[in-house]
Design a protein around this ligand. Structure first.
Ligand SMILES: Cc1ncc(COP(=O)(O)O)c(C=O)c1O
Length: 382
């Protein structure tokens, strides 16, 4: 068998090692040390958000956002069923109820017209997910907010260094949440960020992130002593990982360019298959500047998808399916009483999607990656 092409691979080198070594020799390993402060400033500069908190994960950033907005028992939060469990868990953790809506075919992003039909007088917020690093329909999202007066928490887990009309994803709603998990474009292994422009929300979020205390204000010299003033948890990430993250953000242009090269090669080889109706390629929405997080195709049936996945696997190409819709999952299906949600696009797309291996060094390490993917695809979808 030819060499295995992994699904993803972080783009690290000696710079990350050196950055970690510097923190170790500096002796401040805890969170919110000098490196975290620098990386938070860097994230503010890049994203344009007025406040950026480095957190232990995107999951935790979502939890802080939900708590800060006062979402709790009796409240409903609309989100796509086609998402990672964290989007829903963050809402459940605070006693509110996730309500699942459908997605649109082209981008697999939230269908705002379907979401509108799910609004009740309990709806407190929506959590749109920028799938694959491509913006949701931002004008529709802002119209939704104005029409229904709900909060917006953007799940931009996959959206680091992705934009809509020049504005970074995660900076349109009340809060935006980014992920720096190992699978993401910019990574420190595990980590996240919480973005907001609102000073009052930032003040409350800072307290929740620091175990419910005003310790951050104390460290800035704003209060004499710090004390317990809210429910909170330990959402602060170590300076060791901040050091890795700082290097990764500095490399963002290279990371994006290399990913774009591979993404565009896939787009090129799949074009004839799309022309002959065998599959669909992703559509980058007008105004969106993707970060090339994922390249995905959708084929005609679930059987075809499984055959193609198996053929890629046999050929050492680690392609993958993606989310199992939350409303049909063992836990998610217990969340609704009565008629289960009808989400036809979600169910169809999750059955038919394939994500191809994509990471910055793919073309240099496997110069024939597209030839191999093309050959397998042609052998199955002939
Ligand atoms: C849409 C979405 N939301 C949230 C998360 C959670 O991110 P983290 O692993 O940083 O908690 C992920 C992770 O893949 C994700 O894809």
């Amino acid at each position: 068998m030819s060499t295995v092409i992994p699904f993803h691979k972080p783009f690290t080198d000696s710079q990350e090692y050196q950055a970690i070594q510097q923190v170790l020799s500096g002796g401040i390993l805890r969170g919110d040390g000098p490196v975290s402060k620098r990386v938070q400033l860097l994230m503010r500069t890049i994203t344009g958000a007025h406040h950026a908190f480095f957190t232990t994960s995107c999951t935790h950033a979502l939890e802080i956002a939900v708590q800060t907005l006062g979402i709790g028992p009796g409240d409903e939060v609309i989100m796509p069923s086609y998402t990672f469990v964290s989007t829903a868990n963050a809402v459940l953790m605070h006693g509110a109820r996730p309500v699942f809506c459908d997605v649109v075919t082209d981008t697999l992003n939230m269908d705002f017209s379907h979401a509108a039909r799910l609004v009740t007088n309990r709806t407190k917020a929506i959590i749109p997910v920028h799938y694959a690093g491509m913006a949701v329909d931002i004008p529709a999202m802002m119209k939704f907010k104005n029409t229904y007066g709900v909060h917006i928490i953007e799940d931009a887990a996959q959206g680091a260094d992705a934009y809509f009309k020049g504005r970074h994803l995660g900076t349109f709603g009340d809060f935006g949440c980014l992920s720096f998990h190992d699978t993401k474009n910019i990574t420190c292994g595990e980590g996240g960020a919480l973005l907001t422009d609102d000073p009052e929300l930032a003040r409350r979020a800072e307290i929740i992130r620091e175990k419910g205390t005003n310790r951050s204000a104390f460290l800035r010299g704003e209060v004499d002593k710090y004390t317990w003033i809210d429910r909170g948890s330990s959402y602060i990430q170590s300076d060791l990982l901040a050091a890795v993250l700082e290097v990764q953000w500095e490399k963002r242009t290279t990371i994006k360019e290399l990913r774009a090269g591979a993404w565009n090669q896939y787009h090129h080889i799949f074009e004839p298959f799309e022309r002959s109706g065998k599959l669909k390629r992703p559509v980058v929405p007008e105004g969106a500047e993707t970060n090339y997080h994922t390249y995905f195709i959708t084929v005609g049936t679930a059987e075809e998808r499984d055959m193609l996945l198996e053929a890629y696997k046999q050929a050492g190409i680690q392609a993958s399916f993606h989310y199992i819709p939350l409303h049909n999952s063992p836990f998610g299906s217990k969340l609704h009483s009565g008629i289960p949600p009808y989400l036809p696009v979600t169910e169809q797309m999750s059955d038919r999607i394939i994500r191809l291996p994509l990471y910055p060094s793919i073309a240099s390490e496997h110069p024939d990656f597209c030839d191999r993917v093309y050959a397998i695809t042609a052998s199955v979808l002939h």
